[in-house]
Every structure is written in structure tokens, then in C-alpha cells.
Design a protein. Sequence first.
Length: 355
Amino acid sequence: MKRRFSGNIFLSVCVAMLLCSGGASAQTALEKLKAATQDPERVRQPSALPAERAQPPRAPGLSLSSDADTNMIDPFAVKDAPAEKSAQEIEALIREESMNAALTGLLPMEPDEIRKLLERFDDTQQAVEIPVYPYPEPEIIAETVSLDPGSVPPVIKVGAGHVTTLTLLDITGAPWPIQDLAYAGNFEVITPEPGGHVIRITGMSEFGYGNVSIRLLELKTPVTFTLKTSRDSVYYRFDARIPEYGPMAQAPLIDGGLTLAAGNSILGQILDGVPPKGAEKFKVGGVDGRTTAYLYQETTYVRTPLSLLSPGWSGSVSSADGMNVYAVVNAPVLLLSDHGQVVHARLSEEDTLDE
């Protein structure tokens, strides 16, 4: 189409020149020009553009035929236009891309990556919170407090992050109400309600040291304790027995002398469930396993939650949980009261506690 247009322009220019030069000669030149334009070999000019139906180039040495498939892409080939999508398809595509973008922005991590991150955080938190030393051993202590001026106050071992319960009891094991108290040191001390006898103490530092002074109801002498933070052991419960009758003391059925001198470790050890070395343990029949008896230095010590009716005892002590220890003369049969019901306990030799 371009060659035809160029030829028409050339023809028009020649005609115009001939008309200007003269009639006959113009007619002769016009006939020659028509003959030249009708010859296709003379009009065809070389072009840099590729032929409309040119074959893709071939490698010179492969001797491929003109219809051989070379898997080459024709850069001048016209590509097929993609099919137009409907409005519903476009909307669904937009929604899908928006959903994927939201998930990537809000939850960029995969589930297994999240689990791995949480496990790493748990390991780090455990390493921070676990102390470098072992946890302290819990203990439950029952001790008789001396009211003598020259006596050393009992030491209560507390621990950081642990609660120690201090219970005040009289010689009969009855609660002794607390009137007021004061303390010093880096501790948290929760005072009881009016008429209460239980104090809760918590250490607030790893190396705390202090004391607490307690005034009991109807007792003129204050009771003092030393508070000390310990890493080896912690007193979860400390039952402090005052060797006096408290305002809530109950009169014994038989006055056998409820006496417990401070420092008398035999009754205290048996009350704690740890009899002295060398004590002979009796076999107790007729009652359940809560009642035990030991023979030590020609004295029988009976540990039982029941009330002893016979024989009479020379000394006794009770704990806050209702356990009693009686010191009696050697007797093979005991008369006990279980909530008003009389029961008989028989003692017989069993074995000796070795060291």
C-alpha cells in the first residue's frame, strides 16, 4: 500500500512538470511514464520490513524444510485477546485478593511458626522465673513457747513467695485469741479478725530478717518470734503452744495435771509424730490407726485424737488439729472417749525404734 501511494505521488509530480514544459513532448513523456509504472519489476523497491508471510529464520546448517517446527516465537505474530470477564468474576477475584491481603497483614505467620514462637517464649519465661537455687522444703512445726525473760524467741522460717501460717494455742490445744500485734522487717503480715488466733506471714525479699510481737488476750506477757527468710526450708505451719490456760481452754474430764514445760521435747516430738530414738512402740488394739503409743524411760506416751478417761496422766499436750499426747504410767488398757462413746484400747509390745 505504501509503494502504490509513493508511485501515485511520483506520477502526479511528473504530469505537472510535463504540462508546464509543452503539449507534444508532455504527451510522449506521459505515455512512457505509464509504461514504466505498469512494469512490476521496475517499481518494486527493496524494503527493510519483513514480508507479510515470511517464514521464521532457519539455521544454515540444519537444512530444515519450510514447514518444519522450530518452536520459535514469532515477534510479529498477533496474539489472541483474552476473553473478557463478567462483573461477578471480577468481584470474586477482588474479594479473594482482599482476603489474602488481610490474612497476610493480620496473621503473617503459619501455625507451626506460631507454635515454635510460643514454645520459645515459654522456655524464656521459665528460665527467668525459676530460681537458681532449689525450692525450699516445706515443714510443719509445733513448738512450746517459753515465757521466761531469759529465753530465746522461737525462729519462724519464711520464704519469698510462700505463706507461713502462725497459730497460737494454749496448753489444752484451744485457740488463744490475739489482741494486737506489731512486726518489723520486709514481710507481709496479715492480722486476724477480732478474736482470731491465726496470723499469715509472707516474705517479701530473699534475705529478709525481722520479728513480730503478739499480745494475747488476758495474757500479760507478750509473745515474740524471730522472722527469717530461708532458702532451705519454709515453715508452712507453725503451731505455737503457750504453757498456760487460755480464755477458751476446756476443763479436762480428769484433772491429771495438764503441764507442759517449755523445752520438754518428749511430748512435743511425739505430738509432731517423731518419737525419740530408742522409744518402744506399742501395738494398739481396739481403736483405729490414729491412736499410737510409745514406751520411753518407763513412761507411756499415748498419741490420739480421742479423750483419755483412764488412767490418769501426769502431763499432756494438744495441737490445733485436735491431736493429743498423754504421759501415763505403764498401763496395758486405756479407756478413751470417742465423741461420747467409751472405747477400750489394749497395748502390747511390738518392736523397738532403732537409731
